[in-house]
Structure formats: C-alpha cells, structure tokens
Design a binder for this molecule. Structure first.
Ligand code: 8YV
Length: 325
C-alpha cells in the first residue's frame, strides 16, 4: 500500500505548470475558477489539509489563523511580500510560513522602471490621446515631460528589488540615493548615497521610489508632510505595497502640481483603489503587474512548491522560511 500524499489547498488559480507539479506531488485542491476566499471560508476549506498555498491579498490574518484546523502545518505564499499572513499568529500554532524571494526581483524592478518612465514621460496621456483619436499631429510643445537621464533617484528600501532598480537607473546615469534599515556594504552600495533617516533623503529626490515592505512602520509613510519635503515637480513611484502611501496626500499633491506625476503599480485596498486616481492625467497606473511575466510567475510557483515539498514531503525546514519579526 502506498502512503497517501500530503494535502495542499490552493487558494488561487496558479499558472498551469505550477498546478501540474502541485497536483503531481500532493493531493491538491485547486481553485480553477479563482474564487476568492474570505477568512471563515478559508478556515473551513482548509479542513483536513496539511498545507495552504496562498497569494497576496488572502486573509491569513490572526483571526483566520486561529480558526485554521489542526491539520494545517504550513502556509506557502506565492509572493515575496507576506503582510497578508500573520506570521506571529502562525508561529503560535506552530504553522510554518514561507515566501518566494529573489525570483521576482528583476520583473518587479522592470515594472518600477516602467512606472518611473511612464510617469516622467506622460505615457498615459500619450496612449490616451491616440486611443481616443484626439491626436491632431506633432506639436513642438506637446506632452512635454520630465527628463530622466542624470536625475536623482531616491529609493526607500534597498533590498533585492531596490538594488535591481538602482542597477537599471544607473544605465540612465541617475544618481542613486537610498534609505534602508541598514547601510549596504560598499560593493553593493556602488556609490549610492545613504541616509540613515529617510526623511533626510526626501529633499534630494527628483524621483522617489518605494521598494520597502508594508510594516506598521511603513504604513502611510508617504504622507503630506513627507511629500512636502520632496522638491517641487518630483515624481513618486510605488511598486511595493499601496499601504505605504497615504492616497489622499498623494492625490492632493498630484492635483496641486507639487508633484509632477506618479507611477503606481500597487494600491491600498486593491482592487478597490482610491477613486481619486482615476481622474488624474498625471498618474500612470498599472494593476499590480510587478511580477507578471510567465517566467517569473512560474518561478514563484516553483519556489512555493520547493518550500512545501521540503517540509511536507521530506520533513526539512522550508528554505524560504519566514519568521515573525
Ligand atoms: C505578486 C507581489 O504577484 O510577490 C509579491 O509580494 O507583490 C506580487 O508581485 C503577488 O503578490 C502574488 O501573490
């Protein structure tokens, strides 16, 4: 008699190759219709499952984790960010939590550069002009944006993605300023200017890119006061988490002209984003696409599976174990 496979509940519809491996190695319950679980439904659906493969936005808060059945031993999130999983509550229940670092660094840094360029060069207004048939022809003063090459880029959060963005920005001869919990060693800093206090960096940012995770400290960090410290005409880019920005403050600064533009891929409360963004021509908006390439989403799924397999099939510590801070 062959031993039965551990059971894994997939909360979302993951890429086909990922689901194929998930189903081959586990007794998996997939979610082909990609129906969203709320907390109580998720706790109920997890009955009898050993592992949960989830994604950003899933409500794995303390309330849900307390209600999870005793069978659940591991939560593997298909994301690098894990603010949606209450890691401390999971630790109390001895539930392991893993994430998917590294594999989405390049794709997300690419989207940050796209947001930076799209905002600076008025890409939204340009594409809208064409698609609404309102382009009457080239004009010497048409859609003049902000020059990118040689400008100062301030990066809040110089982890893997922040560093990959800096690498790209250096190709545009941008000067890199950054703030991070700890200063990088010289070989990784590569001449970037460090600020122990991120507030001190703000007056030096022609562009400010948010690459820090969502934590109680970073929640609504980009507020009216800090936006006021940015030079007039600065551009804000956010590809990390929407909650790091105070939407009201950002929208007000985009309307007043204190900020020239913003490039945003992530929103507080997404997909129900602040209505104020829709009317802003100087907001270049994307629907949380940072990691959305076939290669990256597969790699994220395989990484989540590497972790589930290590723990549930081989009894090893998941390689990307997340610990409560
Ligand atoms: C993911 C992300 O696509 O990995 C992350 O933290 O923000 C995204 O790029 C998404 O969160 C999938 O769960």
């Amino acid at each position: 008699m062959t031993a039965s496979k551990p059971r894994v509940l997939a909360t979302r519809h993951f890429p086909p190759d990922v689901e194929t491996r998930l189903s081959a190695n586990f007794d998996a319950k997939l979610n082909p219709e990609d129906k969203l679980y709320d907390g109580p439904l998720l706790a109920k659906a997890a009955e009898g499952f050993d592992g949960i493969m989830c994604a950003a936005g899933d409500p794995l808060n303390a309330e849900t984790i307390v209600r999870l059945p005793a069978s659940v031993r591991m939560i593997a999130t298909f994301s690098v960010g894990y603010e949606h999983v209450d890691v401390a509550a999971a630790a109390k229940r001895d539930i392991k939590v893993s994430n998917t670092p590294d594999v989405l660094t390049d794709a997300t840094a690419d989207i940050a550069m796209l947001c930076l360029l799209g905002a600076a060069r008025r890409a939204h207004e340009g594409t809208s002009m064409l698609r609404t048939h309102s382009w009457i022809g080239w004009e010497p003063t048409q859609l003049m944006g902000v020059h990118v090459t040689g400008k100062r880029l301030g990066i809040l959060g110089m982890g893997r993605i922040g560093q990959a963005l800096a690498e790209r920005a250096r190709a545009f001869r941008m000067t890199i300023h950054y703030s991070n919990r700890t200063r990088l060693p010289t070989d990784l800093e590569k001449g970037a200017i460090f600020y122990a206090n991120p507030d001190d960096m703000l007056p030096h940012c022609d562009f400010l890119s948010i690459n820090a995770p969502m934590t109680p400290t970073t929640r609504k960090w980009v507020n009216a006061e800090r936006i006021a410290r940015l030079p007039k005409g600065a551009i804000v880019v956010n590809t990390a988490r929407g909650g790091v920005v105070d939407d009201e403050a950002l929208i007000a600064a985009l309307k007043s002209g204190h900020l020239f533009a913003a490039g945003i891929d992530v929103f507080d409360g997404e997909p129900k984003i602040h209505q104020g963004y829709y009317g802003l021509q100087n907001a270049f908006l994307l629907p949380h696409m940072g990691s959305a390439t076939v290669e990256t989403r597969n790699a994220m799924g395989f990484k989540a599976l590497d972790n589930l397999e290590a723990f549930l099939l081989r009894g090893q510590t998941p390689p990307d174990l997340v610990k409560a801070s």
